[in-house]
Design a protein around this ligand. Structure first.
Ligand SMILES: Cc1cc2nc3c(=O)[nH]c(=O)nc-3n(C[C@H](O)[C@H](O)[C@H](O)COP(=O)(O)O)c2cc1C
Length: 169
């Protein structure tokens, strides 16, 4: 069993059709995030699901007018509930944890026949304000989910030999 087909099929979608995402599909996408690993299994996250058109339009404004934000029938704001926890290696765990959760959700979206796009381009203070995110927490990423208007070309990746080393850097 391989999930490489889903990995290969996933693209960052540039635009969405207005057709809604069924509640069952959305729940399975969220479930993929819930089941994602996190440092020490702390699960310091909260996924705020935005579907109301008026709120999505405000999110689009906070994303500097990016149209696909307003188009996507579902926008999931991936938030952390702890901005301080560091792994023993000194790295903050929340951006890593939320990145993994976002990846799991994006792959489940493919399995559901949906498209997605991760977005880090937004005014975090504005998004916090409109989604009532507490001051001490952070909105790390927005995940747009919906039916793609068209399937984008695959973006090229570096070959394995240029990014993998064995035993030494
Ligand atoms: C952490 C992260 C942040 C991203 N932020 C944005 C963004 O703000 N706007 C956007 O259009 N795409 C964004 N992307 C999508 C990337 O540009 C995209 O993944 C990359 O170009 C590779 O294309 P692909 O996802 O279609 O393979 C982001 C992706 C990641 C992983």
């Amino acid at each position: 069993m391989s999930i490489l087909p889903e990995i290969l099929e996933r693209r960052s979608v540039g635009g969405f059709k207005p057709s809604p995402v069924s509640a069952a599909k959305l729940e399975r996408v969220l479930e993929a995030g819930r089941l994602a690993p996190s440092a020490k299994n702390r699960q310091e996250w909260r996924f705020v699901v935005v579907q109301k058109k008026a709120l999505r339009e405000k999110l689009q404004e906070a994303a500097f007018g990016e149209e696909k934000v307003g188009q996507a029938p579902v926008v999931i704001a991936l938030c952390t509930t702890n901005i301080e926890y560091r792994m023993p290696n000194g790295q903050l765990s929340y951006p890593v944890d939320l990145g993994i959760a976002a990846g799991f959700m994006a792959l489940q979206a493919v399995r559901e026949g949906l498209g997605s796009c991760l977005m880090g381009t937004f005014d975090e203070a504005a998004v916090k304000e409109m989604l009532s995110v507490p001051y001490s927490m952070k909105v790390v990423l927005l995940l747009l989910v919906g039916h793609p208007a068209e399937l984008p070309e695959a973006h090229p990746r570096k070959p394995l030999r240029s990014i993998v080393a064995y035993d030494h850097w």
